[in-house]
Design a protein around this ligand. Sequence first.
Ligand SMILES: [Zn+2]
Length: 55
Amino acid sequence: MALVSCPKCSTNTQQGGYPVWVIIVCICFFPVGLLALLAGKKPSTCGSCGHTFQS
Ligand SMILES: [Zn+2]
């Protein structure tokens, strides 16, 4: 997992990833399933200040 820095407090936090269903939909319904990547991406939540952001 990649680390991203929080835009609010600059603390390094773990980057939000993709849930398993998004990967499955993407593969089974390629190329339309790629839209699931846009819809299903989980945001990153800072463990320090709780700020949620897209990375
Ligand atoms: Zn933060």
